[in-house]
Design a protein around this ligand. Structure first.
Ligand code: HPA
Ligand code: ZN
Length: 319
């Protein structure tokens, strides 16, 4: 039996497996610039975050209808459930779809067709977090929040993703203030490729409750001390860090040092179709590469529920 766990850092578009990409391309009459799944998989050799994002956005062309988003989410939930995921807080990137002429409603309603039935169909409770693309403008983020207003009963919070360096959190102060005023929870990617200062800024300027990645906090001992003191959860994604070259090899991942420092670390999959594994695969990989004890593994699973947006009664039931 896999350890029951919550997944807190998962981009639904990053769960698009090559087989499903080709099936949806055929269904929608979309031409992909790859002959087959094998050739596509060969493109999964990334240099950095941007080289991954290029492919990630390119493949989204196959996602066009509510049915596509429903199928995508169901495929993820089935795999996640098999790896012990009992609760998933799922990111989506509406701007990447709206820019292609796929409206917010198609994305949210399509995802909801799967998420709304996930507890009965997969035994996984879910929440949806809408991300703003940080390499798009602040005005575009505000327009996106506006477009989401009819769907706020289905969206628990907002996040910030895409190319980090050169797009500091402060750029999104206004939209995060507006999101807070609407009662939305707030998280942001920070310290994946960007400097530790972006983590501080995400906390102080955007008022986030969790930091996605946060790996580079380790360069700033005072920041580590603060994150420990304030019990700020970090949603780490070890296999992603190796594939995007944030760390050289998994054996050198700072996770053990981060846990030793007292940081509230969780282990997640980020974009599992691209990075070689779902939540359980990430747990196994860190256990094997870093020699983590059973107690450490249990701590990670426990942290995932503590850091989730479930209330504590729900949290106990999910565990
Ligand atoms: N980082 C930033 N943006 C992203 C990622 C990531 O790992 N995955 C999808 N969008
Ligand atoms: Zn991410």
């Amino acid at each position: 039996m896999p350890l029951p766990k919550a997944e807190l850092h998962l981009h639904i578009e990053g769960t698009l497996e090559p087989e499903l990409a080709f099936a949806l391309a055929a269904r929608n009459g979309v031409e992909l610039p790859y002959a087959d799944t094998e050739q596509l998989r060969k493109a999964y050799a990334f240099e950095d975050l941007q080289s991954f994002l290029n492919l990630y956005y390119e493949l989204m062309a196959v996602l066009r209808t509510e049915q596509d988003f429903e199928d995508l989410a169901n495929a993820y939930l089935e795999r996640a459930a098999a790896q012990g995921v009992r609760h998933a807080e799922i990111f989506f990137d509406p701007q990447a779809h709206i820019a292609r002429g796929v409206p917010m409603g198609t994305v949210v309603e399509g995802l909801w067709r799967a998420l709304g039935r996930s507890e009965e169909n997969h035994g996984v409770s879910t929440q949806l977090i809408m991300c703003f693309l940080r390499d798009e403008s602040a005005d575009s983020a505000l327009e996106t929040l506006d477009a989401a207003k009819p769907y706020l009963d289905r969206i628990v919070g907002v996040g910030l993703d895409s190319a980090e360096v050169g797009h500091p959190p402060v750029k999104f102060r206004e939209v995060y203030e507006a999101a807070a005023a609407l009662g939305l929870r707030r998280v942001a990617h920070a310290g994946e490729e960007g400097p530790p200062e972006y983590i501080t800024e995400a906390l102080d300027v955007l008022g986030v409750e969790r930091i996605d990645h946060g790996l580079r906090c380790m360069e700033d001992p005072a920041l580590v001390e603060r994150l420990v003191r304030e019990r700020v959860p970090l949603t780490l994604c070890p296999l992603s860090n190796v594939r995007l070259r944030a760390v050289d090899v998994l054996e050198e991942h700072p996770l053990p040092a981060m846990l030793d420092a007292g940081l509230l670390c969780t282990v997640n999959s980020d974009d599992p179709a691209y990075f070689g594994g779902y939540a359980g695969d990430n747990y196994h990989a860190v256990r094997d590469a870093l020699g983590l004890s059973t107690e450490r593994m249990r701590e990670l699973a426990r942290n995932s529920f503590v850091a989730s947006f479930l209330d504590h009664d729900e949290e106990r039931r999910a565990r």
